[in-house]
Design a protein around this ligand. Structure first.
Ligand SMILES: Cc1cc2nc3c(=O)[nH]c(=O)nc-3n(C[C@H](O)[C@H](O)[C@H](O)COP(=O)(O)OP(=O)(O)OC[C@H]3O[C@@H](n4cnc5c(N)ncnc54)[C@H](O)[C@@H]3O)c2cc1C
Ligand code: FES
Length: 264
């Protein structure tokens, strides 16, 4: 069950230009959230902006949760001006997160497009705790340029095999995250049906990935982004079409089975 709380900001740091990591004291979220769920945040103290903004839970600790976000508009700009000690009005954890199946044959491949990396680091931490033995997981980080690559060292510390794709080729392969993941699967190093995709990124990436990866493990999942209003499943403002009918991204998702998502 989500809770509405005024959480104390523990820290806020600009880790790359325009990209902030904020830690808030939120024991309930820390205790109950799973990777892929999100917080609905009231960014300002006035009614402008009126609507809360959905931001993924990036990581969590014993009594705190972290978010990682880019400043793209009014809400995130106000958020970026908050300081340690300020209070943050949050509702969460919301939505349904990634499911980690105990399938020893699976090769887990995390595919992050841009800020899609935010929920995937928390998932990586969960995987590194739950996968025993030598089996690691693969991470594909897609970004515009070298300057936009996020969380690479954090994933390496977790023991992940990390590949980077940049749109301008300034780091890693000059490709989109989707193209690089397809190339790795096509190389034959892994059996396609054993590759379990966990993806998050902007809608165009989600569309491409759903087309490319339908023959991967049926346990493959993707986190989708839609503009949201209530965030609680009531207004139907975030509905998408799926193989089993219309679904609300905020309540039925944001994480869906890859095979369930039907993009026309
Ligand atoms: C479930 C979920 C999890 C998210 N997690 C994160 C996260 O971890 N980190 C992060 O940086 N962002 C995340 N987002 C996107 C984030 O919600 C938007 O960037 C934010 O709401 C923008 O608010 P704003 O007031 O700053 O910008 P606005 O002024 O509202 O919009 C600025 C620009 O961003 C676009 N935009 C706004 N909201 C969305 C959206 N939901 N999807 C796609 N484009 C949008 C607008 O079309 C516009 O071009 C997530 C979105 C969803 C739905
Ligand atoms: S935002 Fe209201 S139903 Fe999803």
């Amino acid at each position: 069950m989500p809770k509405h709380v005024l959480a104390k900001i523990i820290s806020q740091k600009e880790i790359k230009k325009g990209c902030f990591r904020m830690r808030v004291k939120a024991p309930y979220v820390a205790r109950t959230a799973s990777a892929g769920q999100f917080l609905h945040i009231r960014c300002g103290d006035s009614t402008n902006p009126l609507l809360r903004r959905p931001i993924s839970i990036h990581r969590k600790g014993a009594d705190y949760a972290e978010i990682l976000y880019n400043v793209v508009g009014k809400g995130t700009d106000i958020l970026s001006r908050k300081k340690a000690g300020d209070k943050l009005d949050i509702i969460g954890p919301l939505g349904s997160g990634f499911k980690v199946y105990k399938n020893d044959r699976s090769i887990r491949m995390l595919v992050a497009g841009g800020m899609g990396v935010a929920p995937l680091l928390g998932l990586g931490e969960e995987l590194s705790r739950s996968i025993k033995g030598k089996k690691r997981f693969i991470v594909i980080l897609g970004a515009k340029t070298q300057k936009h690559v996020l969380c690479e060292s954090e994933f390496r510390k977790l023991g992940a095999e990390v590949y980077v794709a940049t749109e301008d080729g300034s780091k890693g392969k000059k490709a989109l995250a989707t193209e690089l993941s397809r190339d790795i699967i096509k190389s034959g190093k892994y059996k396609r049906q054993e590759v379990c995709i966990y993806a998050a990124g902007p809608m165009p990436m989600a569309r491409a990935l759903c087309r490319m990866m339908q023959r991967c493990s049926p346990e493959s999942q993707i986190s989708l982004e839609e503009r949201m209003a209530c965030g609680l499943g009531a207004c139907l403002g975030c509905v998408i079409d799926t193989q089993s009918g219309y679904k609300r991204v905020c309540k039925d998702g944001p994480v869906f089975a890859l095979r369930e998502v039907a993009f026309k």
